[in-house]
Write a protein that binds this ligand. Sequence first.
Ligand SMILES: [Zn+2]
Length: 65
Amino acid sequence: MMATIINLKQFKKQQLKKKNKARTLCNSGFHQWEIIDKNQFDVKKGQLITTYRCKQCNKIKTTAT
Ligand SMILES: [Zn+2]
């Protein structure tokens, strides 16, 4: 029982560390992009764009495709 509690504490600590590390990466410009919209037509630009969102900080970016 005691061991479980300690492990849980360590687990939470590790998760926090991971989160902090991810934030640091984002701040350094290393985002974890995932595509949320592919080949959408941007009327303003008159071209197809793909929209990405960072899994860590929810930042949005678009690129011309
Ligand atoms: Zn990010």
